[in-house]
Design a protein around this ligand. Structure first.
Ligand SMILES: Cc1cc2nc3c(=O)[nH]c(=O)nc-3n(C[C@H](O)[C@H](O)[C@H](O)COP(=O)(O)OP(=O)(O)OC[C@H]3O[C@@H](n4cnc5c(N)ncnc54)[C@H](O)[C@@H]3O)c2cc1C
Length: 441
């Protein structure tokens, strides 16, 4: 009997083989032409860990490749089944298993979205702070598999900081639990849980996880400060930390990148938001907690900005637009996050990281490398992602014509070169997408 027949015998209608059922699993958000869509041979929609075990055991016996995916918003092709075979649609495993209010944890199946964790905690005054822009589609398994970014990373960090325990089905179909159950840390044994974080599905299929929840902040305020350069914004944040202030989040946008986040503003006013000619970067800074403490922090932050040559953005609508695009995505009059130009050209980003003192140099390299490969620059973001210190993820974004194979190929060369430049600057080739075959062919 063929392996697909065997799967159907044990899993019934959780097995999908029709072309129209398999087609959408052949690509994610990474720029690729239609020639580069890799449809899996069969798609499994598991409802339990046991369904995953049965699938993986059959795959192992027959030597069939298995790819696990979530919301398919990955931007580096990690969930694209380039070897075909079996695709496990992780979004089917989407149940919240337990909300433990006393211990401030949630246990859920791995395909719950990050927003599902927020919604489950909310009635109990709990909040899950690892929230990328894609929180409605990004699953907890994918967040673990990529160690992705968060809007609130400067206070809470990444999945590495918030995930306590992970259930995994290994390549032979064994179920293991790695981590320290509901405790915050452990000095017992190897850090196998940390090994799984960022492993991109190469160590097994994640089926459940326990995460640390946080109290819902009473009050939050977001503002934006203009600086003459990216480097000056970094110096400012360093000074903020030295003062003892604790921002919940911080994001440094280059001037071009701001436009990308404010297309709703342009739709409404017929022009881009005005920023001074001398602006080199726009820092978005977030404070949250007790209202008086937030107000006090803001007062200190504004006065320091003034001393360091920064200028608070006067037009509140610019800040509100950025925040809507970044976090709430409630976009009147149309609910589209990214500009209409996405229909012509797709957003493509390299995600390397460099140490804090190299950001300015790296920005120049970004522009140079994009020009070398004749690609249209969209802009750079530095997301602060290390709790209480300066550590950033970079999004070095371009527009890529996904219908043009030559342009997609040039984009991939750009991507690879940016990774090498970052490593040569004592950095890392990935900060939130992980490696995938784009960087490690
Ligand atoms: C509009 C938009 C905004 C975005 N904003 C951000 C952002 O703010 N911050 C950020 O970091 N990223 C962002 N991203 C990129 C993307 O959302 C994240 O990388 C996210 O982690 C992908 O989640 P997903 O569920 O869509 O993953 P997928 O693309 O489905 O998969 C991603 C990886 O996880 C692995 N995986 C999935 N499920 C499992 C499983 N059960 N077991 C083992 N491995 C598994 C896959 O094999 C793959 O390697 C954005 C993307 C888009 C399209």
């Amino acid at each position: 009997m063929g392996y697909i027949e065997e799967l159907k015998n044990v899993l019934g209608d959780k097995v999908m083989t029709e072309e129209f059922e398999r087609f959408i699993f052949g690509a994610d958000w990474s720029p690729r032409t239609t020639d580069e869509i890799f449809m899996p041979d069969v798609v499994i929609c598991p409802r339990s860990t046991d369904d995953v075990v049965k699938t993986v055991r059959i795959a192992y016996e027959h030597g069939i490749p298995v790819t696990a995916g979530g919301g398919l918003t990955g931007m580096a092709g990690g969930a694209v089944p380039i070897h075909k075979g079996i695709y496990i649609d992780g979004t089917c495993l989407n149940k919240i298993i337990e909300v433990d209010v006393k211990n401030q944890t949630i246990r859920s199946q791995s395909g719950a979205s990050l927003q599902d964790l927020v919604d489950a905690g909310e009635p109990h005054g709990l909040w899950f702070p690892v929230l990328p822009e894609s929180k409605w589609s990004c699953t907890i398994a994918s967040a673990i598999a990529c160690d992705n970014d968060s809007t609130f990373g400067m206070k809470y960090g990444k999945p590495l900081n918030q995930v306590l325990s992970i259930e995994l089905v290994t390549g032979k179909g064994e179920v293991i639990e790695v981590g320290h159950r509901k405790t915050r840390f452990s000095a017992s044994g190897y850090k196998l849980k940390d090994l799984v974080i960022g492993s991109e599905g190469t160590l097994g299929v994640i089926t459940a996880a326990t995460v640390k929840m946080e109290p819902v902040p009473e009050h939050r305020y977001v503002d934006m400060i203009i600086f003459p350069s990216m480097g000056r914004a970094v110096e400012y944040l360093d000074a903020i930390l030295k003062m003892g202030l604790v921002p919940e989040g911080a994001h440094i946008n280059c001037k071009r990148r701001l436009k990308f986040y404010t297309h709703a503003y342009k739709e409404k006013h017929g022009h881009d938001p005005k920023v001074p000619d001398w602006a080199g970067s726009l820092l978005a800074i977030i404070f949250a907690g007790d209202r008086e403490v937030v107000d006090f922090s803001l007062e200190k932050a504004y006065s320091l900005a003034n001393e360091m040559g920064g200028q608070v953005v006067e037009e509140r609508e610019i800040v509100d637009n950025w925040w809507i695009s970044k976090h709430t995505l409630d976009f009147p009059p149309f609910k589209q996050k990214w500009p209409a130009s996405q229909k012509e050209k797709k957003f493509g980003a390299a995600d390397p990281g460099v140490p804090m003192g190299r950001l300015e140099d790296f920005y120049e390299k970004f522009i140079e490398t994009a020009e070398k490969y004749d690609l249209e620059v969209l802009g750079m973001n530095a997301y602060l992602e290390h709790p209480g210190s300066i550590g950033f993820s970079l999004s070095c974004a371009l527009f890529v014509d996904y219908r043009n194979q030559d342009e997609v190929d040039r984009y991939r060369k750009y991507f690879e070169e940016m990774s090498k430049i970052a490593v040569d600057m004592d950095g890392t080739m990935s900060t939130y997408m992980s490696d995938t075959d784009l960087k490690v062919p």
